[in-house]
Design a protein around this ligand. Sequence first.
Ligand SMILES: Cc1ncc(COP(=O)(O)O)c(C=O)c1O
Length: 389
Amino acid sequence: MKTAQRIETIPPYLFAEIDKKKAEAIKKGVDIINLGIGDPDKPTPDNIIKKLNESVLDPKTHDYPPYEGTAEFRQAVALWYKNRFGIDLNPDEEVMALIGSKEGIAHIFLAFIDPGDFSLIPDPGYPVYKTGTLFANGLPYIMPLLEENGFLPNLEEIDEEIAQKTKIMFINYPNNPTGAVADKNFFEKVVKFAKKYDILVCHDFAYSEMTYDGYKANSFLEVDGAKDIGIEFHSLSKTYNMTGWRLGFAVGSKEAISALSIIKTNIDSGAFKAIQRAGIEALTGPQDNIESMNKIYTGRRNIVINGLNKLGWNLKPTKATFYIWIPTLSNMKSVDFANLLLEKTGIIVTPGIGYGEYGEGYVRIALTVDEKRLEEAMKRMEKAGIFQG
Ligand SMILES: Cc1ncc(COP(=O)(O)O)c(C=O)c1O
């Protein structure tokens, strides 16, 4: 049996490798503290679960859903956008439901990339930007995210010839894995750049609500003209602790939404209507859970930042996401550092190289365990005596 070449070009899915290492350590009886995976540890809020329970019992939810999402779900998204960002969206043309934002992110490349076209992707970055490009026989062109630039890409460094052959640019703020945020000024530069080269900007906004110390993230679509050239991918996964439910949405340019819908109508058949009803409850019901989750993440962030700074790191408190992006010790390779940490302390972190070559020299810590376990993690690192940053 001969598989397609594209299978061979795809690196092993990052989290599968971590899972394997974790299983081996557990087998040996190690008390693992897993800071490797960005999956909220708290349950979905009760009102959302209740709405799903009711909705499942209604036979009207049992048939094929509309490909683009139910009208009610799209209206709820538009309302949420209006309330949160002051942005007007036409729910019929500028909003589309997704089976989780990963699904839309992976598929948008098929709608825009022809063989040989370039996509501009951040590095380090969410791995799907690269694999999505490769699946469409496109050429990923890396935009390095460097600490000295606040982990923002330097658009002036993008090769003119490449820019002319580019169809899609991905950006992601608040950012996974670095925790960096972007302001409107940066988004304005992106819009200008995209207009100049006729590029679709895809802003991955999965962590829009996970912000701290009074900081609120701006939508890319708040910038004048952004909606002409861009779409924003959104997710209920992190905002409402709904990773397993698989519900997200894309909003913005109606041409892009329409192109994406052509791909999707030929690949999937939409998100379960009962889950969309629960999604409406999430978006239009009480929002206090977001604030209480952010309080929890702030407490956890403080434990890790203070703990690591005590060991000699020099980390500033992150404004967003539940990730802490830390340099390894003495320029150690990220995989070696992650392995050493697992071996000496039983702590799992994600090696930065999994997010691209510019992730080398860093590891990502996810704040997805409770304060006690994070304190224990910091204690173990201190006790090991070798983690003096
Ligand atoms: C940056 C980023 N974008 C998108 C996603 C996908 O989220 P979902 O498919 O659950 O909406 C994730 C998940 O971890 C992510 O970190």
